[in-house]
Design a protein around this ligand. Structure first.
Ligand code: GTQ
Length: 353
């Protein structure tokens, strides 16, 4: 298969001669371009809340929410440092807001989710309606809607931001605008969206907001999701891979709450020893309650073992095998880019027996 030396030299001369024309030979890169299986440059990674929180609080002293616009510490994949990315397509960060602060109004084409990690009494305002933030709540900021965050709490409030920033950057499709007011005008009473869409009912004559692409529910309260998981743990068989796992949905379509990101909540019963699985959508996890052990293995056979507890965050990249165990029981929130894989017909999942 080896070409003789003079043939190799001729090829190298060919590459050098064509280089000024921005030409490059496919056969030197083909294998990496179309790999036999996903070969993510990302690695599984863990952020222990006890280690991250002191830096969040120092950030709280170093800069105001107003000056920072968004006071966030980005969770960067160790193999994507400098790219503000937790996977190739997703962004994750921990945002801090202190009592009395306002993170000013703006909008962007990137979709955002908030998952509340610590503290109550902050709110986010979307499209003229405020939503209170409580730990475990999942809140949406749809693409191109003005949003600001504020706090009337008596202590720090921290939430996980999940955005499709790297994906929108990949498509070079990002736009952003600042609001004219610091905080947007409130035009609807808090709870209106939930009353309208949060009960398996929908308005009779009503165009879906946000072009029908994003859920009209801004807030999925934890007490509801937790109740569902708890009941299922009692009433129905436990899935050997996931424990009890549900996906959040857009009540008007049955699809994911946002066009680019799927969100999930799952409960591992006490004593759970899950089987391994892998999927093409890399996922970011926020531990809500309890504790678990996460085993991960890359397609090349490298292994990781994370001991996780409430408020810790971790990432499982594409096509890495993961396995969850929990002695005491555990509740996990997660998000991934699955809706995009599904829309493109490239989603794959493998469940090991
Ligand atoms: O809250 O609007 O973590 O625009 C990154 C970009 C949060 C936000 C982030 C953002 C926001």
């Amino acid at each position: 298969m080896n070409a003789p030396n003079n043939a190799l030299l001729a090829r190298q001369q060919l590459y050098r001669d064509m280089d000024p024309l921005n030409l490059t030979p496919l056969w030197e890169v083909l294998h990496a371009l179309v790999p036999p299986q996903p070969a993510s440059p990302c690695v599984p990674a863990l952020w222990k809340y006890g280690q991250v929180r002191p830096f969040l609080m120092r950030a709280g002293q170093a800069i105001t929410a107003e000056e920072a616009v968004r006071r966030v510490l980005i969770l960067e994949n160790p193999k994507l440092r400098g790219q503000s990315a937790v996977t190739q397509s997703l962004y994750a960060g921990l945002q801090l807001i202190l009592p009395g602060e306002v993170a000013p109004s703006h909008r962007h084409t990137q979709s955002a989710l908030r998952f509340i990690v610590e503290g109550s009494g902050a709110y986010t305002a979307v499209d003229g309606e405020r939503t209170a933030m409580r730990p475990g709540d999942f809140i949406i900021t749809p693409s191109w809607t003005f949003h600001d965050h504020g706090s009337e709490a008596d202590g720090p409030v921290v939430w996980l931001d999940g955005l499709d920033i790297p994906m929108i950057r990949f498509f070079d499709a990002g736009f952003a605008q600042n609001g004219t007011a610091r905080a947007q005008e409130v035009t609807r009473t808090e709870g209106t969206s939930f009353a309208r869409y949060g009960h398996n009912m929908a308005p009779v004559r009503h165009d879906p907001p946000f072009g029908g692409k994003t859920s009209p529910l801004f807030s999925y309260p934890y007490e509801r999701s937790r109740e569902a998981l708890q009941q299922l743990e009692r009433l129905a068989p436990i899935d050997p891979w996931d424990g009890v796992k549900l996906r959040y949905l857009n009540p008007l379509t049955g699809g994911s709450p946002m066009p680019t990101m799927a969100t999930f909540m799952q409960k591992l019963p006490a004593g759970f020893a899950g089987k391994g699985w892998r999927q093409t959508d890399g996922a970011v996890y926020s531990v809500v309650e309890g504790e678990a052990v996460v085993h991960a293995e890359s397609p090349r056979g490298e292994t990781w073992r994370f001991e996780v507890a409430a408020r810790d965050h971790f990432v499982i990249p594409s096509w890495h095998t993961a396995r969850l165990e929990s002695a005491a029981g555990c509740v996990l929130f997660s998000f991934s880019d699955r809706p995009v894989h599904q829309a493109l017909g490239i989603h794959q999942e493998e469940r090991l027996s």
